[in-house]
Design a protein around this ligand. Structure first.
Ligand SMILES: *[C@@H]1O[C@H](CO)[C@@H](O)[C@H](O)[C@H]1NC(C)=O
Ligand SMILES: *[C@@H]1O[C@H](CO)[C@@H](O)[C@H](O)[C@H]1NC(C)=O
Ligand SMILES: *[C@@H]1O[C@H](CO)[C@@H](O)[C@H](O)[C@H]1NC(C)=O
Length: 258
């Protein structure tokens, strides 16, 4: 019996296939290992392509994770990799170091991937990023707490304020106002710097009025408001004694209509 060339080719292919399966299973090759999401292959293993029976591969914790337990070695046994005993846990960035007047809300945790809020004390504002992120390299995000300031207090006409510094007033600082002689203050006598503005407008200095005049002014006014005496008017006469040392004299004043 003679084999046809076509049959010959088929049998050769079959033989090659069988040989491959046979040799392959006996050689105990393992595929490139697949690892969990917290782990990576060591660099040496990454460069390899053949993993014959009995070969060992080292696994490492991925970026942002650290070894909690285990060795990380897996073995190629009977075409398969043994289960890794490596345990990786997220890196902990810990409590970040606060800048002055700063605190953090770490209720969301401080491990790899966490985000924490930067909090500034009352009267301060955040310059920079208002959140810090925990990366594999540590906390990322920079901020400082700056105190609120107010513009220099306004000058008051006919008075002055107590602010003498060259700098601007800061949150919580009080500025007093005083008026010059002959003027009285209208409004609040002090203002407090809040978050960029004052709690009240500056006061005004207004000219002292005759609202509470002295007794002599009142008497003088009474006299000037009374007209000159007319014929037939009755008079009351006041007599004023002159000081003892000087020449005796008398002043007579008349009041009309009594
Ligand atoms: C911290 O943030 C959480 C929400 O992320 C919020 O519920 C909590 O009240 C905050 N705590 C403080 C002290 O601000
Ligand atoms: C403002 O007045 C208060 C008293 O009312 C005083 O204690 C304070 O020192 C004054 N401030 C300045 C800057 O003069
Ligand atoms: C500011 O003025 C008010 C009255 O206008 C007074 O009660 C208060 O003590 C003053 N504050 C300061 C710090 O002088």
């Amino acid at each position: 019996m003679e084999l046809l060339p076509e049959d010959n080719l088929k049998s050769n292919l079959l033989l090659l296939l069988l040989l491959h399966l046979f040799v392959g299973s006996f050689a105990g090759d393992c595929p490139k290992p697949e690892v969990g999401e917290n782990m990576v292959l060591s660099e040496a293993a990454l460069l390899k392509n053949d993993f014959p029976e009995g070969s060992k591969v080292l696994l490492e914790c991925a970026r942002g994770y650290e070894k909690a337990s285990g060795s990380g070695t897996i073995d190629c046994v009977d075409n398969k990799w043994t289960e890794p005993d490596l345990n990786c846990k997220k890196l902990d960035c810990g409590q970040p170091k606060p800048e002055p007047h700063m605190s953090f809300n770490t209720s969301g945790g401080t491990v790899f991937g966490s985000r924490i809020k930067v909090i500034c004390e009352e009267g301060y504002w955040i310059l920079g990023t208002s959140f810090k992120h925990c990366y594999a390299t540590g906390w990322f995000g920079k901020a400082t707490c700056k105190i609120f300031t107010c513009p220099k207090p306004a000058e008051v006409k006919n008075g002055k304020n107590s602010w003498i510094a060259d700098t601007v007033p800061e949150y919580g600082q009080v500025i007093n106002f005083t008026c010059n002689e002959g003027y009285v203050l209208s409004g609040s006598k002090n203002i407090t710097c809040g978050k960029t503005k004052y709690d009240s407008p500056p006061p005004q200095c207004i000219e002292r009025t005759t609202a509470s005049p002295s007794a002599t002014t009142v008497i003088a006014r009474i006299f000037t408001s009374i007209s000159t005496p007319q014929q037939g008017d009755k008079f009351i006469t006041f007599e004023k004694k002159a000081p003892r040392t000087s020449e005796p004299s008398s002043t007579t004043t008349s009041l009309k209509g009594i």
